[in-house]
Design a binder for this molecule. Sequence first.
Ligand code: PAF
Length: 276
Amino acid sequence: MQIVHHLPDLRRAVASLRGDGARVALVPTMGALHAGHMALVDAARAMGAKIVASIFVNPKQFGPNEDLSRYPRPAEADKALLIAHGCDLLWMPGVDDMYPAGFATNVSVSGVSDGLDGAARPGHFDGVATVVTKLFNQVRPDSAFFGEKDFQQLAVIRRMVADLDLGLEIVGVPTVREADGLALSSRNIYLSPDERARAVALPRTLAEAKRAIEAGEPGWHAAAMASLIQAGFVADYISLVDAATLGDSVPGQPRRLLAAARIGTTRLIDNLDIAP
Ligand code: PAF
């Protein structure tokens, strides 16, 4: 696996990957890689593409009181995982490479970015959309792979790619979970053993709410909030939305149930599909 840190080197390396007409898939990440990220790499490899992964902890998507400074950065372990999963090229720009002095552009996707995590984390999705646009322009991939765990992020990126005619395929990959159902996340390492034991209440609450919604039971929302509170969570939201717009759900259209909740100082998100 070749590793590059500067844009001219990236351009040369991608051109060489494409030399024999190969298709290029991008797996954008912020590092602290786990089996959920590897599912993205594996899905890209299964489509026969050359794989470019990026690792960049993007300051623009962290709020002032969020975990930018303590976000885990286990670079050597990340590289070993990517090599083991057949990644061809790793793009690891520094902050000055991504945002040189004078950088002044913001990409903002209205509507789908506004509610849910967009309301709880002002500016977060502008930061994501801006860096993902840059990553797409830097690598110019044929496809890019994102986890469904960050479901709102995936919806924002799909909207942006359609609106801006970016001309690449966006592939959503199902969430990878621990044996007890907790969605894998780089932030799970912040959980104390006690918080980790209680965190399983989030996927369990979502699963019970999914059952209740699909059975037509009207009290699902209050029951879900009570179940999170009982496990010691502070719930930001648990919302049933249209799977594409993340606005009000529309009868007959795909729906998604999304939740965000804090346990101690750690904020967890998760989601499940709901039958139309
Ligand atoms: O999902 C992530 O890891 C990040 O939000 C992304 C897409 C790499 C942009 O920084």
